[in-house]
Design a protein around this ligand. Structure first.
Ligand code: SF4
Length: 254
């Protein structure tokens, strides 16, 4: 693959052709995207990996990358990833790229059945606490009390339940080899998130089992904050609800 280095970032971005990048000021989806590209390059997996985006702000990313990807219907990346992993010759590395709404609401059924079947794929969910692409509606991950366009008084658990903790929940499934939650809102957390993604992908390289990684990502306009306030909000409100770390890390399924 011919590489054209983009200043300050991975050589896999194709910004010149696709500029301007359609992200809001302070959005951390491109930051997560840079971490993903760096990990794939460092693991020498770029040519072997197929990215399966869902529908959401994160699904813009593969259009900006020099990589193979397959677009899917909303919430269906685990199904398409399963089909590709099971049928394509050469046994590619298959990684979904989903938002929290795509993965945990519209895609809840594909997610649960894919996990139950113990597919040896990697599911990557970028969590911005709402449906950013369609106007900031409440998602399964929206915090209690958080104001969204569909919870203008703040999320009330008596009406809409409580935030979903995906890595903790999925760790209970026997076919799952790895689950973790990271964040890219500080330099230290960015590096830690890269290590988590490496560990998740390595489970697939080693044919161990399904791996799941959640990455917290700031969404300033829909959080009604400016970019700097969003970083503070992650430290003070998001991480207390969604603790960072690994929840399962097995080298062999029992
Ligand atoms: S709506 Fe949120 S997640 Fe989507 S591009 Fe804007 S800041 Fe990023």
């Amino acid at each position: 693959m011919k590489k054209e280095k983009v200043a300050g970032g991975s050589s896999l971005w194709i910004r010149p052709e696709f500029a301007p990048i359609p992200y809001c000021p302070g959005c951390q989806e491109p930051v997560a995207g840079e971490a993903i590209l760096q990990v794939l390059e460092e693991m020498d997996l770029v040519k072997d990996t197929i990215v399966i985006p869902g529908v959401g702000c994160s699904s813009f990313l593969p259009f900006l990358w020099k990589m193979d990807f397959v677009m899917t219907a909303h919430g269906r990346p685990p199904d398409v990833a399963t089909a590709i992993k099971r049928t394509l010759r050469g046994k590619p590395i298959v990684m979904t790229l989903q938002g929290d709404g795509d993965c945990l609401a519209i895609g809840a059924e594909p997610l649960m059945n894919t996990v139950a079947r113990a597919e040896k794929i990697t599911i990557l969910m970028i969590n911005n606490l709402n449906y950013g692409t369609t106007g900031g509606q409440m998602a399964p991950t929206t915090l209690v009390g958080q104001v969204t366009s569909t919870t203008p008084q703040g999320r009330d658990p008596a009406l809409t339940g409580f935030p979903v903790h995906a890595p903790e929940s999925l760790a209970a499934y026997r076919g799952v080899a790895y689950t973790a939650r990271g964040s890219v809102h500080t330099a230290a957390n960015y590096q830690r998130a890269k290590k988590m993604l490496k560990a998740a992908l390595q489970k697939q390289v080693d044919n161990v089992g399904l791996s799941f990684l959640e990455l917290i990502s700031a969404c300033p306009p829909d959080w009604r904050l400016n970019p700097l306030e969003s970083l503070k909000f992650i430290d003070e409100k998001v991480i207390p609800e969604y603790p960072l770390g690994e929840f399962k890390n097995l080298d062999k399924l029992v």
